[in-house]
Design a protein around this ligand. Sequence first.
Ligand code: PAF
Length: 281
Amino acid sequence: MRIIESVSGMQAAADELRASGRKIGLVPTMGYLHEGHLELMRAAAKQADVVVASIFVNPTQFGPGEDLDRYPRDFDGDVRKAGGAGVEVIFAPTAEEMYPPGFQTKVRVERVTKHLCGLSRPVHFEGVTTVVCKLFNCVKPDVAVFGEKDFQQLVVIERMVIDLNMEVRIVGVPVQREPDGLAMSSRNAYLNAEERRSALSLFKSLELARRLYNGGERDARVIRDAVIGLISSHPFTSVDYVEVCDPVSLEAVDVLKGRTLLALAVNVGRTRLIDNCTLGG
Ligand code: PAF
């Protein structure tokens, strides 16, 4: 396992790997790795000859008052877990290395960032696309793997890659869940026992939506109201959004036709959780 902290060191290592004919798979993360991340790493290992994981809590994707300061960190544990999942190189730059004095460039994807999480987290996606673009320039991956739990992030990154002619293939990996259904997330670590029980309402609401859909319901408002009703009946929950939308444009739909995305964000206590599923198609 190599741990590289500098941009120039990572670029040199990437050049060496590419010169030796090895395809590079990148898994960008903010650390505090869980089984969901490890699944991304295993998926990357199937798509590439060498897996690089980046561990960088990117300050520019957190808005004022969000959880940047308390975001969980466990670098030694991350190195151990990533090694077990086939990662050969960890790129772990500091914030100063990624954003040196004078830094002033941003990458912004316009329309697909205006929905869902983009409404309540206005600076988030600009921070994500800027750092992911920089990570691509540092690691020079042939393929990069992202989780479908952050469905909008995946859509935004796919759009950026197409629009900016980036030579990297983007692979999405399905949501990884705890045995009871809660989507894996580093932020689950914030939940106390009571909140953890209420957090399960996200998954239960997706199951309810699926049952309604399978029973023939196609009215987006009916599905949305049922999902909001179920989540709101649990203590400590406050719905940020529940949207039924097109999985490419992320624009809301009134009637479900073909593959449709049901995406939601809910505050459980002070913890903001997201989840999603697709219906139909
Ligand atoms: O999904 C994440 O953990 C982050 O948004 C990412 C892609 C690593 C960029 O900081």
